[in-house]
Design a protein around this ligand. Structure first.
Ligand code: TPP
Ligand code: MG
Length: 307
């Protein structure tokens, strides 16, 4: 049943707003050229990270891709350590050696992210296999973009997860593009990723990735399915990134997608559809204070020693 409890909705809204404000702060300060790594922002896509992670326990594990900020934050990763990592500082979650695409917070089950498209999928399956062998109760979520489903390792991983009935949840964030290429120049229209996953023996479902309570509800069902021992689940959520593929800017003017398309997704912003229900002011202040603190922490931290 779709959640209508206002206190839960407020928590979901808070988490999404927090991620949005953090990434807007990164975008605003990026031109200062002190963050010397690429950044792939999830602005517009926050509901998937928040809805899925709300269905998990701290002991559950996740892995992510190049677009990892929202997943790391939604799973409870330290903001200070993330911002410090992006600034290349020793206090970062990878001691400053990894940057935005290498986020890890083991204490909160954020097991890592990799920039190689599809690269974290078998890693996530491996984590689930380890849990299965050790009879540990946690499950693993693998977040990836729809571009990853064009990599062979996606199918191999579905197969192995189904074969071993692993406690793993595949979450595909279909934002319709891989860099500048829309789906229809990359995959035949008849190619159904859901049917491919189902044909491998997974339970599958899909939904609106901009409706956080729908994401939560489908994720809770998926988690229940996995915990009941029925094997892995594939979920696909449709969404849209508002900014350029990589970097802080908007790029709708360069022509790979239309202004009309972008505008129609703007109206479906995961935050806007909930914002009228809440008084933003006090939560904004709380979030902004935390962001100021994290940037101060990062800027005041030393660089790692050159090895
Ligand atoms: C194996 C591999 N091929 C190409 C790239 C370059 N690349 C980085 S992100 C990206 C787009 C991936 O699209 P998608 O998986 O849909 O994720 P999105 O960026 O849309 O979130 C590409 C092609 C890469 N990092 N790794
Ligand atoms: Mg994509």
């Amino acid at each position: 049943m779709i959640c209508t409890d206002k206190s839960i909705l407020l928590k979901l809204y808070f988490e999404m707003l927090r991620i949005r404000r953090i990434e807007e702060a990164i975008a605003a300060r990026y031109p200062e050229q002190q963050m010397r790594c690429p950044v792939h922002l999830s602005i517009g896509q926050e509901a998937i990270a928040v809805g899925v992670c709300k269905a998990l326990l701290q002991t559950d594990q996740i892995v992510s891709s190049h677009r990892a900020h929202a997943h790391y934050l939604a799973k409870g990763g330290s903001l200070r350590k993330m911002i410090a990592e992006i600034y290349g500082k020793k206090t970062g979650c990878c001691q400053g050696w990894g940057g935005s695409m290498h986020l890890v917070d083991l204490e909160h089950g954020m097991m890592g992210s990799t920039p190689i498209v599809g690269g974290s999928i078998p890693i996530g399956v491996g984590l689930a296999f380890a849990a299965h062998l050790k009879r540990e109760p946690h499950l693993t979520v693998i977040f990836f973009g729809e571009g990853s489903t064009e990599e062979g390792v996606w199918a191999e991983s579905l197969n192995f997860a189904a074969l071993k009935r692993l406690p793993v949840l595949f979450v595909c964030e279909n934002n319709l593009y891989s860099v500048y290429s829309p789906l229809h120049v990359r995959q035949p229209l008849s190619r159904s990723r859901l049917q491919i996953a189902r044909a491998h023996g997974l339970h599958v479902d899909s939904g609106d990735g901009n409706v956080v309570e729908e994401v939560l509800e489908k994720s809770q069902s998926a988690v229940a399915h996995i915990h009941s021992g029925k094997g892995p689940v594939y979920l696909e959520f449709t969404t849209y990134r508002f900014r350029e593929h990589c970097g802080p800017n908007f790029d709708n003017h360069i022509g790979y997608r239309t202004h009309e398309e972008a505008a129609s997704w703007e109206t479906r912003c995961p935050l806007k559809r909930l914002s009228h229900q809440f008084d933003d002011e006090s939560i904004r202040q709380q979030i902004d204070d935390e962001i100021i603190d994290a940037f101060q922490f990062a800027l005041n931290s030393p660089f790692p020693e050159v090895r």
